[in-house]
Write a protein that binds this ligand. Structure first.
Ligand SMILES: NC(=O)c1ccc[n+]([C@@H]2O[C@H](COP(=O)([O-])OP(=O)(O)OC[C@H]3O[C@@H](n4cnc5c(N)ncnc54)[C@H](OP(=O)(O)O)[C@@H]3O)[C@@H](O)[C@H]2O)c1
Length: 270
């Protein structure tokens, strides 16, 4: 049986109250990691902690909005106080937005960027000195296949995920010599509460997306990618096809996306 590389690892996960973050928490707990969980719905985290406490090597909760600098500082404080540091930082918390760019005000772009871009980047800034003390340091950014190919009706979301994609590539190169690995996880449509929480998504009935992956499958692939020291993982056959179609035939991809691209009233996948 292979060694459990996650045993006692100190892992912080944002957006752990549902979906992919919750599944990640559960799988890291099964591997007996120490967990620091964040989300705004602290009651959900308490409930999750009760379920996972028997398996996890330790479990701490920092409820709060990750866009708030005080929440980020509280996470660092918790990791330092309880574990004297951190090994793996998982930036998973994220929100979507739907609707044509021209119909939105600047607030929608700002809201999406605050949660999906500025908050994870600032959390990395906060944790970097302590990650530098760990011989096992990893930064995991949960992105999207829409951080590789833009589609209509989701300009703010795509822009935010492209930003995290570019940032992760740059940071990986900067930190490579220090041995801090940066993993970009790009799920395709995944079963979660994501579709019920999109900005301006009131017209969108909650839907889980046809052919959606389970959050557990995304979490499994993420842990596997960390174990294998991968720098990127693109999930689902459909997601891989979209990314490679765009890389190999960009002009045709542009045409196809404009011609057949999803509109918010018809489809909800991120
Ligand atoms: N579902 C998909 O199809 C899909 C596909 C590709 C990529 N992704 C990405 O996967 C990640 C996880 O999404 P999911 O599908 O698991 O959706 P989800 O079920 O809605 O989970 C999102 C998590 O983020 C938390 N969150 C949102 N805003 C936050 C904030 N300001 N501060 C702290 N926590 C916050 C939410 O918790 P609270 O509401 O309790 O704060 C929740 O735990 C996101 O980055 C998303 O962009 C999802």
């Amino acid at each position: 049986m292979p060694a459990n590389v996650f045993e006692n690892r100190r892992v912080a996960i944002t957006g752990a109250s549902s979906g992919i973050g919750r599944a990640l928490a559960s799988q890291f707990a099964q591997r007996r990691a120490r967990l620091l969980l964040n989300a705004r719905r602290a009651d959900r985290l308490v409930e999750l902690a009760e379920q996972l406490r028997a398996e996890a090597a330790d479990l701490q909760i920092v409820g709060g909005d990750i866009t708030d600098p005080e929440t980020r500082a509280a996470m660092l404080e918790s990791a330092r106080t309880h574990w004297d540091g951190l090994d793996i930082l998982v930036n998973n918390a994220g929100i979507g937005a739907l609707g044509p760019f021209a119909q939105a005000g600047s607030e929608r772009m700002r809201q999406v960027f605050e949660t999906n871009v500025f908050a994870p980047i600032e959390l990395i800034r906060v944790f970097l000195p302590t990650l530098r003390q760990s011989p096992h340091a990893r930064i995991v950014n949960v992105c999207s296949v829409l951080g590789h190919r833009g589609v209509p009706g989701k300009s703010e979301y795509c822009a935010s995920k492209f930003a995290m994609h570019g940032f992760s590539d740059a940071l990986r190169a900067e930190l490579q010599r220090e041995g801090i690995r940066v993993l970009l996880v790009s799920p395709s449509t995944t079963e979660s509460e994501f579709f019920g929480a999109v900005v301006d998504g009131a017209t969108l009935a909650h839907r889980e997306g046809k052919g959606a992956m389970s959050a557990a499958a995304v979490a499994r692939a993420t842990l596997r990618a960390i174990e294998r020291n991968k720098h990127e993982v693109i999930l689902s056959l459909g997601g891989k096809c979209l990314v490679w179609f765009d890389r190999l035939l960009p002009t045709l991809a542009d045409w196809a996306v404009a011609r057949f691209g999803q509109t918010p009233s018809r489809r909800g996948g991120p």
